[in-house]
Design a protein around this ligand. Structure first.
Ligand SMILES: Cc1ncc(C[n+]2csc(CCOP(=O)(O)OP(=O)(O)O)c2C)c(N)n1
Ligand code: SF4
Ligand SMILES: [Mg+2]
Length: 262
């Protein structure tokens, strides 16, 4: 552990019980093992979008850019082109990543820039009081959509696999899971897509993902077909007694890194 101060003076103002607290704690635990002195901090940076997830930017005492909604990925890419050795983590919400930022997400799988990307998926636009996003389940109602969502959600894990991402993982908003997946992601050379199931206790409170999750074991993460098969087990739409949500690294492969090609 380190004596480096990773906390800013800002007091987190997420709702009591918000799982963003777990993500923050997991990220800090990971960073505290990597950053041993104040001087080391210059090698690290963070980027966040706009939303509840993005407040993490205010609480982590690191350099970076609090970017625009949906623009975390091009911001990260620019930073990596300017400083290829920077250890960089991007933070998005599901709205940020899969709605406003969708086009960047697909291209980043192709570019394979060497940074790590956490998507806090609470299946709603939480900061703007809970409107549905592209991953909200069919039938979900709120004031903006009183007759309920009519479309099935996208499956971001399948999408990232199809787009050619070289590291595709999903974890629950749990301190140890976050720390461990970041550890693996930073060993990976390239873009690491990590989705975090992060229940929003206010605007999407009824989903008990956790009791349906299980950890991928004996899974061949170099097999694209295996990864697709596992990714298809959960459709982000239905949660019933037989629902199973696999967690872990679905897929990992080697591929050229954009900033090294240029
Ligand atoms: C281009 C743009 N569109 C819309 C908004 C309004 N807006 C701010 S936060 C937000 C919701 C963010 O949702 P998500 O990315 O899922 O993050 P969460 O709040 O759920 O963590 C929206 C729609 C904005 N700031 N900029
Ligand atoms: S609205 Fe939801 S995501 Fe935002 S701080 Fe509250 S519980 Fe967390
Ligand atoms: Mg959200």
């Amino acid at each position: 552990m380190t004596s480096v101060n990773l906390s800013t003076k800002a007091i987190p103002n997420w709702c009591p019980g918000c799982f963003n607290f777990m993500i923050l704690a997991g990220v800090k635990k990971f960073l505290s093992n990597k950053i041993k002195s104040e001087k080391d901090k210059k090698d690290w940076a963070i980027v966040a979008g706009i939303g509840c997830h993005a407040k993490i930017f205010d609480y982590l005492n690191l350099n970076g850019i609090n970017s625009l909604h949906g623009r975390v990925l091009p911001t990260c890419l620019g930073m990596k082109i300017a400083k290829p050795n920077l250890n960089l983590i991007g933070f998005s919400g599901d709205g940020d990543a899969y709605a406003e930022g969708m086009e960047h997400l697909i291209h980043m799988a192709r570019y394979n820039s060497n940074f790590k990307y956490l998507v806090h998926n609470n299946q709603v636009f939480a900061l703007t009081v809970g409107q549905p996003t592209p991953v909200t389940e069919k039938g979900f109602k709120d004031k903006s959509t009183p007759l309920g969502v009519k479309l099935a959600p996208i499956n971001p894990i399948r999408l990232m696999l199809a787009a050619g991402a070289s590291f595709v993982a999903r974890v629950y908003a749990d301190v140890t899971q976050i720390e461990q997946v970041l550890e693996e992601a930073f060993k990976h050379k390239g873009f690491a897509f990590i989705e975090v199931l992060q229940p929003c206790v206010i605007f999407h409170p009824d989903v008990d993902y956790k009791k349906h999750t299980y950890t991928l074991t004996n899974h061949n993460k170099s097999s694209f077909e295996e990864a697709m098969k596992k990714a298809s087990e959960f459709d982000y739409n239905t949660i019933n007694d037989s629902t199973k949500i696999p967690l872990g690294i679905f897929y990992q492969s080697e591929k050229p890194v954009f900033e090294e090609l240029i």
